[in-house]
Design a protein around this ligand. Sequence first.
Ligand code: ASP
Length: 322
Amino acid sequence: MKKILLIHTGGTIAMAEDKETGSVNTQNRHPLERELPELAGLADITSENFLNVPSPHVTPEHMLRLSCFIENKLKQDTYDGIVVTHGTDTLEETAFLLDLVLQTTVPVIVTGAMRSSNEHGSDGPYNLISSVKVASSSESAGKGVLVVFNEEIHTAKNVTKTHTSNIATFQSPQYGPIGIVTKRGVFFHHTPVKSAVHTVTRLTKKVLLLKAFAGMDGILIKNAASGMDGIVIEALGQGNLPPATVPALVQLITEGKPVVLVSRCFNGIVQDIYSYDGGGKKLKEAGLIFSNGLNGQKARLKLMVALELTENRHRLQELFDQ
Ligand code: ASP
């Protein structure tokens, strides 16, 4: 029988609904403990409560600590797979940070729930069972950190929360899931390109995420970026910005603060195509770093990690090309 380490961090999967008020909150006793007898038929499970917080309370420091916790547990004992339960709001960020820094090739699965433990149609137990199945599959090894939700297997790099309440919220726009989980087993239909892993022991850099909009100018950028070590900007379309933003961005680059460009479109990648003022070609010439399809929140984490490794703009661009 496979040995699986189950690490809880909180989120709706660990919560219950107050039937009188309808409000959902954290519990002292983890509701998924009830599922353990059924899971015992699937794998030899060891549980750890790492955190018990809603995921909007999770910080990049928690994520990095979680990665150290996982690596240490794997040094102390042998596990065939790891399952992390997490709130869905920042689940994709934790999964991606783990994907960036974890050295292990043991399958690491992140899951959660959209409905709390005592709500009708609660999806936590099924997501947990599916995740244990994926973590136990030898085919899951070496595919990077995976997110298992609603019978689908997604890569940490591409998955994103797309719906506020629907249980099919996790999608990988443009790419789709890489596999499915059925009652009979785990089936992968795509092999992801494995991204580079980075060794970082701390995250000390402040990185701002801004979204571009029609009529945006440099004032917001100048004020918001003060005290920051770098910024990520969700540009328009293929990677273009209102021209009035450009002087503030160029000023940041001159000060040695990298500016990473992603798109506010959730399909496609940014490219240096347009040569009008504020167009991608001009932005590239001005020294902005173009990301390779990451969304804003993931590009922010990547820049935080990358800035621990280098401040050289060309090296940063290489890291974002990977
Ligand atoms: N707000 C909750 C959280 O992220 C949502 C969830 O877990 O589904 O913790």
